[in-house]
Write a protein that binds this ligand. Structure first.
Ligand SMILES: [Zn+2]
Length: 158
């Protein structure tokens, strides 16, 4: 009855049928096992440095091709100011990185109108998910506030 092969096959099938559940499961796992995730990342880089390099290259190309004026140091300081340097999603102050609210792969701009400070944890778990899909409901008010600020404080250049 408990054929491990079958159990695995069923688990695989369920993963394919519910990709969002699988993502959630992975996210929880990564949250609980940050060291395992780091190790996995290291292994990935060591095993396939070419692929890892390509990944970085692709990311860079995407930033260059993205619409928007780009983000300079001063822009980033302005962005940080909106949330007093805290993560726009969870309020954490740890390892703050720029996050594209509308992911670049979804046509989001690489400029001050589309970037908020995000802690590494939020940034990693959000990845290329649009914020409205990724953020739990209780986070949305926060996000709307940030969006409102980004639109009102948008200063025309030139
Ligand atoms: Zn966060």
């Amino acid at each position: 009855m408990r054929d491990p092969e079958k159990v695995r096959a069923r688990a695989r099938e369920s993963r394919q049928r519910h990709p969002e559940k699988e993502r959630e499961r992975k996210r929880r796992f990564n949250e609980k096992n940050p060291e395992k995730r780091a190790e996995h990342l290291r292994n990935y880089r060591n095993r396939d440095p070419e692929r890892a390099r390509n990944h970085v290259r692709q990311r860079r190309a995407m930033l260059l091709e993205a619409p928007g004026d780009g983000v300079g140091v001063e822009d980033w300081i302005t962005i940080l100011d909106w949330t007093s340097g805290l993560c726009a999603y969870c309020g954490s102050g740890e390892k703050i990185t720029p996050d594209h609210v509308i992911p670049l792969v979804h046509g989001g701009a690489h400029d001050i109108t589309n970037i908020v400070p995000a802690c590494r944890r939020c940034n990693c778990s959000k990845k290329d998910t649009p914020v409205s899909k990724w953020a739990p409901d209780w986070l949305l008010p926060w996000w709307i506030v940030v969006a409102a600020i980004t639109t009102t404080e948008r200063t025309p250049r030139g």
